[in-house]
Write a protein that binds this ligand. Structure first.
Ligand code: SF4
Length: 272
């Protein structure tokens, strides 16, 4: 609902769940999905990897998972892309394990499903890429991104990351508890975290909303979206608004992981 009211309406109101067959495969989306499975399996096998062992196992798992769910990557025309991805992963996963050690962060779980009651009887449900614990015992949430550019995510942390704020709220005991939240960029190995005393300053992204302010802004966006829906207005945010913030709250439409791209017209060229 927050990311794209049209996606929410098609999925939960119209129950249109089989649109995958209408979408053309998108390589970035495919690689991102494969990597989430790879990382989940990696940390299921062990929560403690040395940089070298962890990166070697990542590549083995990547090769296994693309056979299972990334068949287009095995086509001869995608050979270079597959090899480039393997090399990027080998390098960045080594960086991930070195960074976790540098920050004294221990990983607890991956793909964690969390649910909490929110406003007006609604629940917030999240699937957290990775949760961990800092040296002082504070819970932490990290999100992995397979994006070419990190600028957008840095800006989210500087202002308001709706996704990470909701994850933080799901993990926090109460809204006054400020927990470290951040992104790890799987293409570049960049690690960006909200300013928190448990994390070395070199990884900090200054700015950002407090959790209480973030939740107030998100609630206001949610209420405005619900009011629009009640008047029959359904917006495809990825098509109409692009990068434009709605109600002052920057939200990423979840287009990369959306099955309705063909229906809403994303990336469709328009002649005028
Ligand atoms: S592709 Fe993007 S804009 Fe289109 S319905 Fe999905 S999330 Fe909304």
């Amino acid at each position: 609902m927050l990311g794209c009211p049209l996606k929410w309406t098609l999925q939960y109101a119209a129950h249109l769940r089989d649109a995958e067959i209408l979408s053309l495969p998108d390589m970035n989306r495919l690689i991102g999905t494969v990597l989430h499975h790879v990382i989940h399996q990696l940390f299921t096998e062990s929560l403690r990897w040395t940089p070298e062992e962890g990166s070697v196992r990542t590549i083995e798992l990547f090769d296994e998972w693309i056979v299972q769910m990334g068949a287009p990557l095995l086509e001869p025309r995608n050979r270079l892309l597959k090899e480039r991805t393997r090399e990027q992963l080998r390098r960045t996963m080594r960086m991930l394990f070195a960074t976790l050690r540098d920050c004294s962060l221990s990983v607890d779980q991956t793909e964690v499903e969390v649910e909490k009651a929110w406003i007006a009887g609604h629940k917030v449900r999240g699937r957290l890429d990775i949760t961990g614990t800092t040296a002082s015992g504070a819970p932490m949430v990290l999100d992995f991104k397979w994006a070419t550019f990190s600028k957008k995510y840095r800006e989210r942390l500087e202002k308001l990351s709706v996704q990470l704020s909701l994850y933080q709220w799901l993990l926090a005991k109460d809204p006054s508890q400020e927990l470290p939240i951040g992104y790890f960029m799987l293409r570049t190995g960049e690690f960006m975290v909200s300013a928190h005393p448990d994390i070395p300053e070199r990884y900090h992204v200054p700015g950002g909303f407090s959790l209480e302010d973030a939740m107030r802004a998100i609630e206001s966006l949610y209420v405005s979206r619900m009011n629009a829906l009640n008047t029959g207005e359904v917006t495809a945010t990825g098509v109409l608004l692009g990068e434009q913030p709605v109600s002052g709250v920057p939200v990423d439409p979840p287009c990369h992981f959306c099955s309705y791209q063909t229906l809403c017209g994303l990336n469709r060229e328009v002649s005028v």
